[in-house]
Design a protein. Structure first.
Length: 397
């Protein structure tokens, strides 16, 4: 027992498992022999070995669990004013493409989230309705950034782009003052091949619906600090959506490259096809029901529910820390899979399945398998979770 205890502590020290996972393993190991005092000592030893990178944030975040709906948390820090707009501009100058690392995204948002307020405390507001319009749109790059609010993209059969804005302005004593404040703090402009729409302050809440001509866009980039991002039937070579406190929902995507990130909110993709997809959330669920070619999905605190369509040889890598992973794949394809979990279990119900390797160590369970060996197309699947379980089953057409 002492050797196993040392092994668990060593894994925590080397950051192979979290202190919380280690505590669970130690508790199971010492269940029959440990007293409450020794169990507390084990936890202190674990914390001394390594401190969880999210501990400070979890203590300050007013979030009870992973986000699974489109309701917004009211815990939003407004003290930093326009800083996020300046950060966004600096990021664009530093990096030519729309995708940045998830670590950078978390670092830029985590300080705001760990100091969240329970109330907006803006007082009274004025309602403002405004429409932006650009005739005969030829631009193929869209850059949209909202400090406080939601944006929805919808294609239409017109050549113009139109943005309907419903705004709550927390500055201004009357409608006219509120309208002037909104127009002063909002930018709608064209720069060469790029169309920009962004707000510069959190002291107004913008809910916008953007109507776009039906065509293939070179790049679409969406951001909101507090709000939802939504799109449907948008075709683009590159799509990037980032929400700090809010959800990301895309219906029938048609993207060569897709990047979706949230800090506190769910991500949902329904229908369509993704060639290359990188999807990450720190506190939220991931729901996928789409055709994929190359997929990476990661949730730190939340489940992953993936219903995958495979029309050609594909790869999928799914990982969760505290949540479970549910995978549904076509029953007729070949699957070369590897499943790994530390504390949870895995179950499978695929036809013509050959297990090539299985390990059931005390600290980790793993399974390698091949199903429908002679079938085509082929899916290379890798799924891993620390404390959750993994389930894989066939999708009957």
């Amino acid at each position: 027992m002492e050797e196993e205890r040392k092994l668990i502590l060593k894994m925590v020290e080397e950051e192979k498992i979290s202190p919380e996972d280690g505590a669970k393993l130690l508790k199971a190991l010492n269940q029959d022999n440990s007293s409450e005092k020794s169990e507390q000592g084990d936890k202190k030893a674990l914390e001394k070995q390594r401190k969880s990178p999210f501990e400070a944030e979890e203590k300050n975040r007013a979030v009870s669990g992973p986000e699974t709906s489109n309701s917004l948390s009211t815990n939003v820090n407004w003290d930093e004013g326009n800083k996020r707009f300046d950060e966004w501009e600096r990021e664009k100058k530093k990096k030519s493409d729309a995708t940045t690392s998830f670590t950078d995204f978390i670092d830029s948002a985590i300080q705001k989230i760990k100091e969240l307020d329970l109330d907006f405390n803006f007082g009274t507001y004025q309602n403002v309705h405004h429409i932006f319009q650009h005739k005969n749109m030829e631009q193929t790059v869209l850059d949209i950034s909202l400090e406080n609010g939601s944006i929805e993209l919808k294609p239409w059969n017109e050549s113009d782009v139109k943005i309907n804005c419903e705004v709550k302005v927390y500055k201004g004593n009357n409608q006219e003052e509120a309208r002037r404040e909104f127009l002063k703090e909002t930018v709608f402009e064209v720069e060469g091949n790029q169309l920009n729409f962004y707000t510069k302050t959190k002291s107004m809440k913008v809910n916008a619906v953007m109507y776009l001509p039906r065509k293939t866009y070179e790049r679409v980039q969406l951001y909101t600090f507090n709000g939802h991002l939504k799109g449907e039937l948008i075709k683009a070579d590159s799509f990037s959506g980032k929400a700090v406190n809010g959800s990301l929902t895309i219906d029938h995507p048609d993207h060569m490259r897709f990047s979706g990130e949230t800090v506190n909110g769910p991500i949902k993709l329904n229908g369509g096809k993704l060639d290359i997809a990188d999807i990450k959330t720190m506190n939220g669920t991931i729901e996928l029901d789409t055709d994929i070619l190359d997929l990476e999905a990661e949730s730190v605190n939340g489940t992953i529910d993936s219903k995958l369509s495979i029309s050609q040889d594909a790869r999928a890598s799914l990982s969760a820390t505290t949540g479970s992973i549910f995978i549904t794949i076509p029953e007729h394809i070949r699957t070369d899979g590897q499943l790994r979990t530390n504390v949870g279990n895995y179950n499978y119900s695929l036809s013509d399945m050959e297990i090539t390797e299985e390990k059931k160590d005390f600290i980790q369970k793993s399974l390698q398998f091949t199903s429908n060996h002679a079938a085509s197309p082929r899916l290379r699947l890798d799924a891993s979770t620390k404390t959750g379980s993994i389930s894989i089953k066939p999708k009957h057409v």
